[in-house]
Design a protein. Sequence first.
Length: 320
Amino acid sequence: MDRPGPVAALRSALTRHADTWLADSPSWCVALSGGPDSLALTAVAATVRPTTALIVDHALQPGSAEVAEAARRQAVEVGCVAARVLAVRVGAAGGPEAAARTARYAALDSARATAPVLLAHTLDDQAETVLLGLGRGSGPRSLAGMRAADPPWHRPLLGLRRRDTRATCAELGLTAWDDPHNTDRRFTRVRLRTEVLPLLEDVLGGGVAEALARTAAALREDTEALDAMARSELDEAAAAHGLAVGAIADLPAALRLRVVRGWLLTGGATDLTDGQIRAVDALVTGWRGQGGVAVGCDRPRTRLFAQRRGGFLVLRTEPV
């Protein structure tokens, strides 16, 4: 049997995802940059359900407004029922990539109303994400990569390669925008994409991106199972005045650390690092009267401290 063409393959991937995760959504939004991945997804999505294209203008490059307007016009031409340009201001926290991502997701979330948002991440993006997590020692949660469905965000193309989206654009006669940032070696992902992954493919004999994606899928299954167990343990151990140390002290470390993480997040912690979680865990497993552990807080101008009082972990806030 002949292999389906790129448009048919992309439509099949999108339809499978929609049948599994979005059966009750009569319409959706697509995050469109104008690049080949998002343009291919937008064009095919518009043939499946009513589609609104959301184009984020980060204003980080000369001519970004013109690029965004061109993408808006293309969205209308391929059949989107609406297309909006979202102008954002990118901050500096976490570096340029992280700051742009934060601004982008906030704008998309605000603009989507109640509709889900399709994101055009591919298997190649997943492989890069796993490598980044591995290099940073971020632990299994990071190595598990991106979820196909993480409402309101949906990634129906995680099983396809970038070459498939480019081929889709070619088949449909669409001219995609090539972002100069995608070849700028100042960005870690660019060097992974253009240097590290090709070298690994050469040394290991090919199939590296697919293998990394399979690793992410396997770790995600394990992570989600442990997370479910941790939520149950947290429900048992949490009290109005804190987290009962005795209820979690004898749990296996993989489970106890997840309980601690969940408790911190429930209490308003943000941007948690593995080191912070382990330091709070040491208040349970290595208690020697040490002071509290400072973590990020979701409230402005506020610092959050986790500390032990008697048989409980407690959280206190302090103005910055």
